[in-house]
Write a protein that binds this ligand. Structure first.
Ligand code: NIG
Ligand code: FE
Length: 419
């Protein structure tokens, strides 16, 4: 029996969406489905039908069906931000002057600033303040089109403060914030000051005290490591990710961001769902990822903000690595919460096509969070997370930039933003 729609979006000028339940790679990444003069029907928060104008008359409606007239605008799936550091105390605007004097990101960290400065503020912040601050940020993300967001711990670096961060994520989920959250444990984000010169002991704390509690309280789905020169080396990263697997956590890795340590090959070896950053990854590392099916989560706003080079996204696509693009929102290397700037940069700096980028921030990002079976595309039986843009077609949102181009956000079939 045909379901009665409770929402219909009609007069869609251009509907662009990848199709399917798995990450797209190679040429497929740049070939989303495009429909003109389209409509979407939603029932109980799930997409029930997608079609073109002439098929709309066949959709069952009643007096309660809400109709949204898109007036010829562009419609895409809701954006999925697959890499953020959402929960933290304080900000780091004081580092701007140091940066302008040419002090590098890793040098600031070695001097006890950077991540360690945010660790001090996060430890001092109350649980309630962390929740409130993250909620304010999520509200802004939602207005910019993000409908699902990953959130990493990693600014606590002691057991209680790490748990405090992950519980804040959980509370926002329980409060049913319209942005769905996905929790990642990143206890190995840096070596805290009290363990300086004693990294082994800190790794022991992560593996023997934090990981068991993450599992016991079901605080995260993924385990991430900052694999970087003077942070965690390959061997240490491997040990932590393998230990995380024993507790049911799927590996992710901050890999080859500033130094080509070989994090991409490690991601392939430990069967990580994604390797993130990859600015300095070698061809061998990328080939290993292609073989293993590891998703590349690229963070162009971080390259921009650290004045670094840009990851070789086109090479990755050519080699068959599925590419996702995320914001890396955090108070140090990427204080930008909108996915729209990374989308523009992915197009203009990586030279990805608008179609490739759209797949990167929807289906491929959903796959990097193990959620491509129910979000990341507009097709029947997927969750109705949908954006209507203040734009007539896809190219427009990549050509135009610097302002919020999202007009309406629909989450689980309900209008949650109208800008
Ligand atoms: O992904 N690179 C490591 N972690 C974050 C930055 C965290 C920070 O600077 O506070 C990143 O860029
Ligand atoms: Fe990060």
């Amino acid at each position: 029996m045909q379901k009665t729609a409770d929402l219909i979006i009609k007069n869609i000028g251009m509907l662009v969406t990848p199709i399917g339940n798995q990450a797209k790679k190679g040429e497929e990444q740049g070939r989303p489905t495009v429909l003109y003069d389209a409509f979407i029907a939603v029932t109980d928060g799930i997409i029930s039908e997608v079609g073109t104008k002439n098929e709309l008359a066949n959709v069952a409606t009643d007096e309660k069906t809400e109709i949204i007239d898109a007036e010829g605008r562009l419609v895409t799936p809701g954006l999925v931000d697959a890499h953020t550091h959402l929960v933290f105390g304080g900000w780091r605007q004081k580092e701007l002057a140091q940066k302008l004097r040419g002090v590098s990101y890793l040098e600031i960290l070695r001097q006890g600033g950077g991540i360690l400065s945010t660790v001090r503020s996060t430890r001092l912040a109350s649980y309630e303040d962390l929740v409130k601050k993250a909620e304010g940020i999520l509200n802004k993300m939602l207005r910019h089109g993000t409908t699902t967001c990953e959130a990493k711990s990693g600014y606590g670096l002691d057991t209680d403060s790490e748990i405090k961060q992950m519980k804040a994520v959980r509370e926002l989920q329980l409060k049913r914030h319209p942005v769905d959250l996905v929790s990642t444990f990143l206890g190995a984000h840096a070596v805290p000051e009290e363990y300086k010169g004693n990294k082994k002991e800190y790794i022991k704390l992560v593996c023997e005290e934090m990981l068991p509690q993450v599992k016991e309280y079901k605080l995260a789905e993924f385990c991430d490591v900052f694999c970087e020169d003077s942070v965690f080396d390959l061997e240490e990263s491997r040990a932590i990710l393998e230990e995380g697997k024993k507790y049911g956590l799927v590996p992710k890795i901050h890999a080859d961001e500033i130094t080509p340590l070989g994090g991409a090959a490690l991601a392939a070896e430990v069967q990580a769902i994604s390797a993130d950053h990859l600015i300095k990854t070698t061809d061998e590392g990328l080939e290993a990822m292609a073989q293993a099916g590891t998703i590349a989560v690229l963070l162009p706003a971080t390259s921009f903000y650290l004045n670094e080079s840009y990851a070789r996204a086109k090479k990755m696509i050519e080699l068959g690595v599925p590419v996702a693009v995320a914001s890396d929102f955090n108070p140090g290397s990427s204080p930008n919460l909108s996915l729209q700037l990374p989308m523009n940069l992915a197009c203009l700096k990586y030279r990805m096509t608008p179609e490739e980028v759209l797949t990167a921030v929807t289906l491929n990002a959903a796959a990097a969070l193990n959620r491509s079976w129910f979000i990341g595309s507009i097709e029947s039986e997927k969750q109705a997370d949908i954006i209507m843009w203040d734009a007539p077609e896809l190219d427009y949102i990549f050509y135009h930039y610097g302002i919020n181009q999202v007009k309406t956000v629909i989450k689980k079939g309900k209008v949650v933003v109208s800008n």
